[in-house]
Design a protein around this ligand. Structure first.
Ligand code: LLP
Length: 428
């Protein structure tokens, strides 16, 4: 088991910094998301330092986003990838600089495009010819010249979960690697007053450990650029957005390399290709999400019902579940956990950590080894900072948990627990 960032054990208790996790449970109740802001800022700075000032780190907002997270991004001076009008709204209402927004989405609506143009977002990532046409018209209406990455699908098969690979041929994302089609797009918009194509974008998937997959991505991208240059000598690539996807540690089966190694491998390969083809080095963008916040989050729960089925399984149920973390049910993800008030006790009790939803698949961890559990114990599940809060739901009308941030030895509530009134707020 790995304790990330500010997590530590003193005596028989789990702490974050100097704060006992059971005290967090007492103060904010359970379930509760706890985020380690020191680790988030450290990860951001590791990306910034390794990619260099001339390039851009774009945090993928879909991973975890609330007003406080936007404040951190602002203070750390990095860009933000949004994928809907809702994410754009959160960024804008939190005073984020719109020039630093990269607006994604494989099916942006007319209204979303209009909102992006009106708010003057820095870059659009366009997934289709139709989207470019709409964007050109809307930009004309508002007298803007919108800057665009064309999202291309390079046909890379990153070895990750079926649902989170995005660049194999059979994918809804991006324009397929068809030289004629892409050259025509570039030609069509070359002299446009309302669209400036700054470069290409590609994202090959998520939770990827293999550096080779990123190397393939860069090589395929440069092959594409070179093929286009053969047809169109005037084509210059100024910017290249290579997406995110850097894998992290959830359990001992995961073997990520460091942030620095992921970035170095990409930057080196870009430089290698630029000298091979004799191209100017473009400005690079990368879009990490999970690798910034994943290990910085933990969810704390209170253990309730314990059902021991002799010779079959021990179900240890907690007061949350697939509503606050759907990843196990959806992808068969795995996590490490600890009973925070029994941190040093022998962990030989084999348990299926299940939630409280009316659904057999409502499991958080299969086959966890924990100390002998009792009703009222506080269980911490680690590395839940990415794609848990952002994919949470109100199934069974459970109220979404609060989010507290730990920073420089202080705890701060940044998102409240939903109230009963919230559950009927929108009903008319
Ligand atoms: N850029 C683009 C265009 C993306 O689609 C994504 C993630 C990222 C960047 C950030 O990827 P990351 O660095 O976080 O791997 N819900 C799934 C993950 C879906 C990823 C969606 N796109 C999960 O819980 O594992």
């Amino acid at each position: 088991m790995k304790l990330h960032g500010s997590l530590n054990i003193k005596g028989n208790d789990l702490f974050i910094g100097n704060i006992k996790v059971v005290d967090i449970a007492k103060k904010f109740n359970t379930p509760c998301y706890v985020m380690d802001e020191n680790l988030i800022r450290e990860n951001i700075n590791r990306f910034k330092n390794s990619i260099g000032n001339e390039n851009k780190v774009v945090y993928a907002g879909k991973t975890f986003l609330n007003t406080h997270m936007v404040k951190i991004l602002k203070e750390e001076n990095i860009c933000l990838d949004v994928v809907s009008d809702g994410e754009l709204y959160i960024a804008h209402s939190s005073g984020f600089n719109m020039e630093k927004i990269v607006f994604h989405g494989n099916n942006k609506s007319y209204d979303e495009i209009k909102m992006g143009v009106q708010l003057k977002v820095g870059r659009f990532v366009c997934d289709s010819i139709e989207e470019l046409e709409i964007l050109e018209n809307v930009s004309k209406e508002f007298n803007r010249k919108s800057k665009v990455f064309i999202r291309v699908n390079l046909g890379i098969d990153a070895h990750t979960h079926e649902y989170i690979k995005t660049s194999c041929i059979d994918s809804k994302f991006g324009i397929s690697k068809d030289i004629d089609k892409i050259s025509n797009i570039l030609f069509k918009y070359r002299n446009s007053c309302n669209i400036e194509i700054v470069g290409f974008h590609c994202h090959i998937g998520s939770q990827i450990f293999s550096k080779e997959a990123f190397i393939d991505e860069v090589d395929e991208m440069f092959k594409l650029i070179n093929d286009i240059k053969v047809i169109d000598k005037n084509f210059e690539i100024n910017e290249l957005n290579l997406g995110g996807g850097f894998g992290i540690y959830y359990t001992k089966d995961d073997t990520p390399v460091t942030i620095e190694e992921y970035v170095e491998c990409i930057v080196d390969r870009v430089n290698y290709n630029c000298s091979k083809f004799n191209f100017n080095v473009p400005k690079l963008y990368i879009e990490p999400g999970r690798s910034i916040v994943g290990n910085a989050g933990m969810t704390i729960y209170e253990i309730g019902n314990i059902k021991e089925i002799e010779g079959i399984r021990n179900y240890v149920s907690v007061d949350g579940g697939m509503t606050d973390n759907i990843r196990t049910a959806l992808y068969g993800s795995d996590y490490e956990c600890l009973i925070s008030n029994k941190a040093c006790e022998e962990k030989s009790y084999k348990a299926t950590i299940s939630g409280k939803c009316c659904e057999s698949g409502d499991v958080l961890i299969r086959d966890a080894f924990i100390s002998k559990p009792e009703r009222g114990d506080i269980l911490a599940i680690f590395s839940t900072g990415a794609y848990c809060h952002s994919m949470s739901s109100n199934y069974n009308k459970l109220r979404k948990p609060p989010i507290v941030f730990f920073y420089n030895d202080n705890l701060k509530l940044v998102t409240k627990r939903e109230s009963f009134e919230d559950l009927i707020r929108l009903d008319v």
